[in-house]
Design a protein around this ligand. Structure first.
Ligand code: ADP
Ligand code: MG
Length: 212
C-alpha cells in the first residue's frame, strides 16, 4: 500500500463519516449509548489531521502512527478496536510488504483478526465484525484469484452491504446492545454501518483510479 493512498483514504473517510452523521448517530442511539458518531468523527478527524506529518513516512509507519493516535483519542469500545486494526495491519505490512493486492489483503486480514482478539468477538454477534470478516475473506479470495483492484473494489462494496444488512436480525452478544436481547432485532449495528461507509469510501477511491 502506498502512503499517498492511505492518506487520501483518511481524508475521504473523514468526509464520508461526517456525511453519514444522521445514520450512524441514530443507530447507536437506538441500541447503544449514542456516542458512536462522535467517536468516529473524532477518530477520523485526528487521522486526517496527521496528513502533512505522515506524508514523508513509509506506509507501515503511517498505519502504526494512525493506530497509536486513535488509541489515545477515540473513546468507547471502538477506539481500541480500530487502533488494534491499524497497528496489526502496520506490523504485517512491515514484515511481509504490502505492494501486491494479496499482501494488502493479508495485512487487512491481520487487522480484522486483531479486532476479534481484542474484543473477544466473532462474526454473528451484531458488531462491526459482521462487515469486516466477510469483506476480509472476500478480499483474500479475489486477490488470490488474480482479480484487478477495480473488480475487487466493486465486489467488496457489495459484500460490505450484505454484512451490514446481516446485522439487522441478529441479537447482540457483544457491545452495549448485548443487554437488549430481542429488542435489538430490527436495528442495524452502528459500528457495522461505519465500517460499511469506510469500505465504500476506500473502494470508491480505487474505482476512481487511485493506486492502492
Ligand atoms: P461504545 O460501545 O463503548 O459506546 P462505540 O459506540 O464507539 O463504543 O462503538 C460501538 C460499536 O463497537 C458497536 O456498534 C459494535 O459494532 C462495536 N463493538 C462493540 N463491542 C465490540 C466487540 N467486542 N468486538 C467488535 N466490535 C465491537
Ligand atoms: Mg456507543
Amino acid at each position: 500500500m502506498k502512503t499517498n493512498f492511505i492518506l487520501s483514504a483518511s481524508l475521504a473517510i473523514h468526509a464520508a463519516i461526517v456525511a453519514h452523521e444522521a445514520d450512524i448517530e441514530s443507530l447507536d442511539r437506538a441500541i447503544g449509548d449514542g456516542d458512536h458518531y462522535i467517536n468516529m468523527k473524532r477518530g477520523s478527524e485526528v487521522a486526517a489531521s496527521l496528513y502533512n506529518e505522515l506524508l514523508p513516512l513509509p506506509a507501515d509507519e503511517v498505519l502504526n502512527k494512525i493506530g497509536m493516535k486513535l488509541l489515545s483519542t477515540i473513546g468507547g469500545a471502538s477506539g481500541p478496536l480500530f487502533a488494534s486494526f491499524f497497528m496489526s495491519m502496520a506490523k504485517v505490512s512491515k514484515q511481509n510488504g504490502s505492494d501486491s493486492l494479496l499482501e494488502i489483503a493479508a495485512a487487512f486480514a491481520a487487522g480484522v483478526q486483531a479486532i476479534m482478539q481484542r474484543g473477544k468477538a466473532q462474526i454473528g454477534e451484531k458488531t462491526m465484525l459482521d462487515v469486516l470478516v466477510p469483506v476480509s475473506h472476500q478480499f483474500t479470495l479475489l486477490a488470490a484469484e488474480g482479480k484487478s483492484s477495480t473488480e475487487i473494489a466493486h465486489a467488496l462494496k457489495e459484500t460490505a452491504n450484505q454484512g451490514l444488512e446481516s446485522t439487522r436480525n441478529l441479537i447482540a452478544t457483544k457491545g452495549r446492545a448485548a443487554g437488549l436481547g430481542e429488542r435489538a432485532i430490527g436495528h442495524l449495528d452502528a459500528g457495522a454501518k461505519s465500517c460499511q461507509v469506510m469500505i465504500h469510501t476506500v473502494c470508491d477511491l480505487v474505482i476512481k483510479g487511485a493506486n492502492p
